[in-house]
Design a protein around this ligand. Sequence first.
Ligand SMILES: [Zn+2]
Length: 126
Amino acid sequence: MGNKKVILDHVEEHDDDTVPSIHLDLWYPDVKGNTRAIVIGLMDVRAADDIRVSYDKERDGWKIEQASTFKWEADDPVCDPDWQEVAFIQAWAREKTECLQCGNLNQPTRKQCEKCNAILEGGKDD
Ligand SMILES: [Zn+2]
């Protein structure tokens, strides 16, 4: 079992956004026994396969998986949904880059400062 109670105790509802949403965090997913992934499903007139979201520490980003198997034989010893990665999102993909010359915060894709044209040193690792 995971740490569902801790996760659910800290769920926040964002009603003020243009997209009403629920915010929940994985709490220390590497700690033994803690929840390691969140499965998101859709309940609607249309169907969509669930996605499973987990944090990949090695690659520093979010791993998104989908299953391929949804039915098993009654005597199947292991009912493996075959979760496989379908997308990966860098943890800091949208982080703005601060210009060391003028302090301007630039859009993540910029190589030169929007304000003073200085060459930007890159992302968070610099
Ligand atoms: Zn600048």
